[in-house]
Design a binder for this molecule. Structure first.
Ligand code: SAM
Length: 289
């Protein structure tokens, strides 16, 4: 498809050195550093509260959103779609990898949750999120998804939007989610996975990790909706990248979801799939007298 024309600085012919950035991305320290720098760079930036691909569906019902969040509707729609079939009123929810916190604000505000604890490994992102006024049932904490600062069986739902793919040890994340969930609780995942089995982020590897976990799995393929969202939202996203400091352009073009990212091509060419997993922990056994 044609690359949309965008702001004045970002050259339309500029393509990132994708293999170099992919190699760097495999290093955990680079990944950590990238999100810390992002937290710093976006510190004062209004908008850009979401860092996900989004979910586009022409027939999706239009749920209310504050005007200020409208430009990122497709990203909020991904959160809406993720929790749509799970009862949330009065429940305790934990988000892992909350990023800039837009999804956590949306869920805490709109879903009648008793409490939402939004966590992320990035200190700077969490610090930035704490500065923003939010609903009283929302709290932000710095934490790795494989070591949540929460007691066992203390929440009903765990959500993860695109925070599984950066983590090398998916089994550890699943085990930690299973620990903090109450019996009958759910882990809701939306993320991209590679179809090549040898990838550290392969769909088959993740399914195998789920198989070895206490969760029952329901899986849906949202690749078309994610790719369509990237197409629809790319002009806005490229304009946002244009406003970043120049040294971040190659990384942003590699990792941010736009039609110029390697991920978009991989989704459209079948090398990656965007998947939803609804993972259910077994309910407590019925007590016999
Ligand atoms: C692509 S962003 C998604 C953010 C957010 N869920 C959204 O949709 O806007 C991935 C997030 O995962 C976080 N992350 C990466 N590794 C993590 C880990 N081991 N534990 C917790 N969060 C992690 C990153 O800091 C980043 O904020």
């Amino acid at each position: 498809m044609a690359v949309p024309s965008i702001g004045v600085r970002l050259p339309s012919s500029h393509l990132p050195a994708a293999p170099l950035w992919s190699r760097l991305w495999r290093r955990p320290l680079f990944k950590r550093g990238f999100y810390e720098v992002l937290g710093l760079v976006l510190w004062r930036r209004k908008g850009l509260q979401l860092l996900n691909c989004g979910y586009a569906d022409a027939n999706y019902s239009r749920f209310p959103l504050p005007l200020v969040d409208e430009p990122e509707r497709l990203g909020y729609q991904l959160y809406h779609r993720l929790v749509r079939d799970t009862p949330l009123a009065g429940k305790d929810l934990v988000e892992i990898g909350c990023g800039r916190g837009g999804g956590a604000h949306f869920l805490a505000r709109e879903c009648g949750l008793r409490r939402l604890i939004a966590t992320d490994a990035s200190f700077m992102l969490i610090l930035g999120n704490r500065r923003r006024p939010g609903p009283p049932n929302l709290e932000f904490r710095t934490a790795s998804a494989s070591r949540l600062p929460l007691p066992a069986e203390s929440c009903d739902i765990v959500v993860s939007v695109e925070s599984i793919h950066p983590q090398p040890d998916k089994s550890a994340v699943l085990a930690e989610a299973a620990r903090v969930l109450r019996p009958g609780g759910r882990l809701l995942v939306a993320d991209f996975f590679y179809t090549r089995d040898s990838s550290t982020n392969s769909a088959s590897g993740f399914r195998a990790s789920v198989q070895g976990s206490p969760f029952e799995r329901v899986e849906e393929d949202w690749t078309d909706q994610a790719a369509a969202a990237l197409e629809e939202d790319s002009p806005r996203r490229l304009a946002e990248i244009d406003r970043l400091p120049r040294f971040l352009w190659p990384a942003a073009l590699s990792f941010a979801g736009t039609v110029r990212s390697p991920l978009y091509a991989q989704l459209r060419q079948g090398q990656a799939r965007y998947l939803h997993f609804r993972l259910q922990k077994a309910p407590a056994p019925a007590r016999t007298v």
